[in-house]
Design a protein. Structure first.
Length: 395
């Protein structure tokens, strides 16, 4: 099984359907609040334009309910794309239909059409056959550069692909597959996972899978609270998933049987409210009944940083605390800096909030790979087959 790259595909003079992830945050006035996802797709778009493809770019944006909704129009995205490229971008009035068909039919070599939000049609998420065929009818070649949507079997990521003659991965998709695959194969050791974030329940699958491959797992964030409670600690009003204590306990037992060390916080930054301007540092046993653990403490952060410094491969997902608040961001930034400082290790960070934390810490360029996928990155690391990637494979 192999996946062709965009450079291997015959695209000159062809109609190329490019699935991208332009699901960008908008401002209240419906401007683009952050265009990094648009900029990330530029290398693939520019490559196709330069080679004379007739480009049909498609994405979803937000969660319109399977019907046109002006609040989720790709119009501001098309305008920003045109600005960045210095090229015209023709936005269709609907993802499929007479208007879209006409725009696509009139495309000349090197011209760009942007289909209106794919989720304006219920067939996108339902992956229904007529909608998939309608999308495929616009294209001679299919290219997917939307890694963040690859874990969903939708019409534009899976359904349409078998009706298009040639298919392959864009530069972004290719890079994600290459770097994330490294973590599933032979790696340099020690191999460390640092896992945090809001909920154990989101990440039990990935934890279980990581415990079959890594040497050590460091756990922080709200998720650590549930593991500590499972071991009998009292943590005041901290965020805890009471209904996951048994699962947490069985994970800890399994990890021990597999010889994987699990490190949990030994101290915290606590406060009575997330809105507190400052927190108090306390040891594991010292959380008062009205307090919450909102960050790992300095001793834990130092210990985690030392482990990271000794590792040769590190995967990080999930902040160590409520890093959105400066009073509770130190632990997360300490982990980000430790990854950046370890120049000998392959370091991969996945997850929307974790990637944002790396960027806020100013060390994004010192990380081997920042995975943009969120849910898709975690499923990949878990070893699952992503339908949007499987659909690209050529026998
Ligand atoms: P990612 O997007 O990187 O996968 P998550 O979405 O799982 O990460 O978790 C990020 C969220 O977890 C952040 O909003 C952060 O405030 C929250 N969080 C982390 N630690 C704690 C904590 N101790 N208490 C409450 N919330 C926390
Ligand atoms: Mg998140």
């Amino acid at each position: 099984m192999a996946i062709l790259g965009v450079k291997d595909l015959p695209v000159e003079g062809k109609r190329v359907f490019l699935r991208v992830d332009f699901n960008v945050p908008l401002t209240p006035a419906r401007g683009v609040a952050d265009d990094s996802r648009i900029r990330a797709a530029i290398p693939t778009i520019q490559h196709l334009v330069d080679r004379g493809a007739r480009l049909i770019v498609a994405s979803h944006l937000g969660r319109p309910k399977g019907a046109p909704d002006p609040a989720f129009s790709l119009e501001p995205v098309g305008a920003r794309l045109a600005d960045i490229l210095g090229n015209e971008v023709l936005l269709t009035d609907e993802p499929v239909g007479d208007g879209a068909r006409k725009v696509v039919a009139d495309l000349r070599d090197g011209q760009i059409a942007l289909l209106e939000n794919l989720r304006f049609h219920p067939g996108e998420e339902a992956n229904d056959e007529p909608f998939a065929r309608a999308l495929a009818s616009y294209a001679d070649v299919y290219v997917n550069d939307a890694f963040g949507a690859a874990h969903r079997a939708h019409a534009s990521t899976v359904g349409m692909v078998r009706y298009v003659a040639d298919k392959g991965a864009g530069f972004l998709m290719d890079k994600e597959i290459r770097f994330l695959s490294k973590l599933l194969g032979e790696v340099d050791r020690p191999y460390l996972a640092v896992i945090g974030g809001a909920k154990v329940s989101d990440k039990l699958g990935v934890l279980d899978s990581l415990s079959t491959r890594t040497d050590k797992i460091l756990i922080g964030g709200a998720m650590a609270n549930t593991f500590l409670k499972a071991r009998g600690a009292s943590l005041g009003k901290s965020k805890i998933e009471e209904d996951k204590l048994a699962l947490a306990r069985s994970f800890l037992k399994k990890a021990e049987e597999r010889g994987v060390q699990v490190l949990l916080p030994r101290d915290f930054v606590v406060a009575t409210s997330m809105d507190a301007a400052t927190g108090r540092t306390c040891a594991l046993g010292g959380v008062d009944a009205d307090e919450m653990a909102l960050d790992i403490g300095p001793e834990t952060a130092r210990g985690f940083a030392d482990e990271i410094a000794r590792a040769r491969t590190v995967f990080w997902n999930g902040p160590m605390g409520v890093f959105e608040r400066p009073a509770f961001a130190a632990g997360t930034f300490a982990v980000a800096r430790a990854l950046a400082d370890n120049e000998r290790a392959v370091t991969v960070v996945g997850g929307g909030d974790s990637v944002a934390a790396v960027e806020q810490a100013g060390v994004a360029d010192k990380i081997t790979h920042l995975s943009t996928g969120g849910g898709a990155s975690l499923e990949f690391i878990e070893g699952k087959t992503l339908p949007g990637i499987a659909a690209l494979e050529t026998a």
